[in-house]
Design a protein around this ligand. Sequence first.
Ligand SMILES: Nc1nc2c(c(=O)[nH]1)N[C@H]1C(S)=C(S)[C@@H](COP(=O)(O)O)O[C@H]1N2
Ligand SMILES: [Mo]
Length: 198
Amino acid sequence: MSVTPGFRGRRGFDLGRLPPGQYPTEDFPVLSAGPTPQIDTADWRLTVTTETGERSVLTWPRLMALPQHDITADLHCVTRWSKFDTHWRGVAVEDVIDRVGTAADFVIAHSYGGYSTNLPLEDVLDGRAWIVHTFDGFALSPEHGGPARLLVPHLYLWKSAKWINGLTLSDVDEPGFWESAGYHNHGDPWREQREWKD
Ligand SMILES: Nc1nc2c(c(=O)[nH]1)N[C@H]1C(S)=C(S)[C@@H](COP(=O)(O)O)O[C@H]1N2
Ligand SMILES: [Mo]
């Protein structure tokens, strides 16, 4: 890496934490491919479907009854902004998936409104991905994916599906909304996996 870890830029950002081609910002831009769904927590459901078709439906009270984690993470959007030290609260994806048995290698996250994104299962296990409902101590706003979104901070932010309502486990990898439109299948910001052409 060409930047010395710990070196601070003009505005005090730790540039060693900045993936290639990104710039740091303190804003939190909203990027949504369609209208913002308004989902009441009383109506919210997260359906986990296994590769054999078994289903487990999580309601809001059941989500809140799972172990809660406080997460501090840097966000990296493929449109080149990065936001450091964001604070979230939510449940680990493995705690949601543990409710069913699976031997699948892939997962597709589905959202209210029809958005989807695909991930290798290993990328959402072991404390690397969460279903988050709180941002900066407040209920997650609808614009940013409330009542609950996926948070996968080690991948570009399009993998962090807002308004999540489903996790489908699969033996085969199926491209989601942006992946079908030419975005990279994996989306690792440290490898600049922006487009699907390498
Ligand atoms: N359901 C849904 N999730 C989504 C999107 C979307 O359009 N719909 N956009 C993705 C993209 S491209 C980005 S960069 C981030 C933006 O999250 P933010 O609006 O909270 O910044 O959400 C991701 N999750
Ligand atoms: Mo994005």
